[in-house]
Design a protein around this ligand. Structure first.
Ligand SMILES: Cc1cc2nc3c(=O)[nH]c(=O)nc-3n(C[C@H](O)[C@H](O)[C@H](O)COP(=O)(O)OP(=O)(O)OC[C@H]3O[C@@H](n4cnc5c(N)ncnc54)[C@H](O)[C@@H]3O)c2cc1C
Ligand code: FES
Length: 267
């Protein structure tokens, strides 16, 4: 088990596994020195070797949600689900066991308890399913009822299901209809919330911005508590560079998503 508090400096962690998970990669690190992460938190990651391969990119580390964490040996196994979309993610997708990764974290805030709600509804889109996997496990360990709705664009842009959500029932949607409901995952959420009142559930969502907007609207109309795990490009991850600013939802000013988020509570 990791030790508190979260370290400021980066540390090296060994890669213990890396496998395909649908169209994504799921890799594991052994963290011997960090504290246990809370669901929704993220790490800044950079490989120890060959990080600046493509014309010097990526120069900076990249942010990744922790998808699972479990005590293993003399440390903590951290799992990350990654979609290769550029130089940093492509390099992480190609990690081999025994390689090392610079790790800074866990960083940011985390999902909060459902409170007065009867249970949780977890809504994930694409690679945004990652932080919801750890949250579902933690809720299950505390016997908090959780329903899971996941949506993917197509087969190539989907993953994590068998590896991270195998022991729970999942409502599925896909834009191209290759699995589950043909359409958006928010269609499933709308049906689930139909006729429900504010106390029926607390909704936790992570996914592309249009999906988060739709979730916020559906929950706002019904007064349902809602937390969104958001993304913005991050350079430092701990509040120093002001590069991750996003407008405060429904308010004036900006949030530094790395310290005021990545989980943003609405309402
Ligand atoms: C808190 C947080 C958690 C994240 N968790 C995961 C995760 O679990 N798995 C995963 O695969 N990815 C995750 N990401 C996204 C990941 O950090 C980016 O995809 C990554 O930085 C891209 O780096 P790259 O060098 O591969 O590509 P780049 O060349 O840096 O980026 C490729 C494209 O994506 C855009 N982009 C890059 N980062 C972001 C961002 N954060 N938000 C919006 N657009 C962006 C760029 O503008 C560019 O168009 C997370 C991001 C944040 C902020
Ligand atoms: S990433 Fe630097 S302030 Fe948020």
């Amino acid at each position: 088990m990791g030790k508190a508090p979260a370290p400021w400096g980066r540390r090296l962690c060994a890669v213990t596994g890396n496998r395909a998970s649908g169209g994504y990669r799921l890799f594991s690190l052994l963290d011997r020195d960090g504290p246990e992460p809370r669901p929704g938190q993220f790490y800044m990651l950079a490989t120890a070797r060959r990080w600046q391969e493509r014309g010097g990119r990526p120069f900076l580390p990249r942010a990744f949600s922790v998808a699972d964490a479990d005590p293993e040996g003399d440390g903590l196994r951290l799992d990350f689900l990654v979609e290769g979309i550029g130089p940093g993610t492509d390099r992480l997708c190609a990690l081999e066991p025994g390689e090392e990764v610079w790790v800074n974290g866990p960083l940011g805030n985390s999902f909060s308890d459902p409170g007065r709600a009867a249970g949780a509804i977890l809504v994930g889109g694409g690679i945004g399913v990652a932080p919801l996997a750890l949250w579902r496990r933690r809720l299950a360990a505390r016997n908090v009822p959780a329903r899971v709705l996941l949506g993917f664009r197509d087969e190539a842009h989907s993953g994590g299901l068998d590896d991270l959500f195998s022991c729970c029932e999942v409502g599925l949607a896909s834009d191209d209809g290759h699995v589950g409901h043909r359409g958006y995952v928010t269609d499933l959420l709308a049906a689930m919330l139909e006729g429900d009142d504010a106390a029926s559930a607390a909704v936790y969502a992570c996914g592309p911005p249009p999906m988060l907007d739709a979730v916020a609207l559906l929950c706002g109309e019904r007064g349902v508590a809602c937390e969104l795990a958001m993304e913005s490009p991050m350079a430092c991850g701990y509040g120093a560079c002001f590069g991750c600013g996003v407008p405060k939802p429904g308010g004036e000013g900006y949030l530094r998503l790395c310290v005021d988020g990545p989980v943003v509570r609405l309402g």
